[in-house]
Design a protein around this ligand. Structure first.
Ligand code: SF4
Length: 138
């Protein structure tokens, strides 16, 4: 299986020191991904969580994130980006305009979304939002 390196670094914030080095030592880095076999992956799941190692946001997480983003947007006076800036953000996430899609962009499930925050393309319109990996600014 292939795990985006960005996922590993984001999860490190919730894991003990040495987590990234431990996970990387169990596989082989290939570009933006860690290739890891099923046995090694299962060992990491057992060691760090006893469950899913790299879960996507739950429905609750998505609703909390969306509510927080909406509150931030309203408090700031509802600032919306220009069409040019929205297209620029969209290109980074979805890979349109001949760019590669972000490894976190997912078209699985009910709607296309960022697998890190669970947000849809709507987030790209809001000037108060930013990419959790800093790939596009606020
Ligand atoms: S918001 Fe950031 S991390 Fe999420 S898909 Fe877009 S570029 Fe990737």
């Amino acid at each position: 299986m292939k795990i985006p390196l960005a996922h590993i670094h984001v999860r490190a914030a919730e894991r003990p020191e040495g987590y990234v080095e431990d996970v990387l030592s169990k596989g082989r880095v290939d570009g933006d991904f860690l290739e890891i076999d099923d046995v090694a992956y299962a060992g990491l799941v057992e060691k760090y969580q006893g469950g899913v190692l790299f879960p996507e946001p739950t429905l609750r997480d998505v609703l909390v994130n969306a509510s927080t983003a909406l509150a931030r947007f309203i408090k700031a006076g509802c600032p919306v980006l220009s069409q040019e800036d929205i297209h620029r953000r969209s290109a980074v996430c979805t890979g349109k305009h001949e760019a590669r899609p972000c490894s976190e962009w997912s078209t699985d499930g009910l709607y296309a979304h960022c697998a890190l925050c669970g947000c849809s393309k709507l987030k790209m319109w809001l000037a108060t939002e930013k990419c959790p990996l800093g790939k596009w600014p606020c």
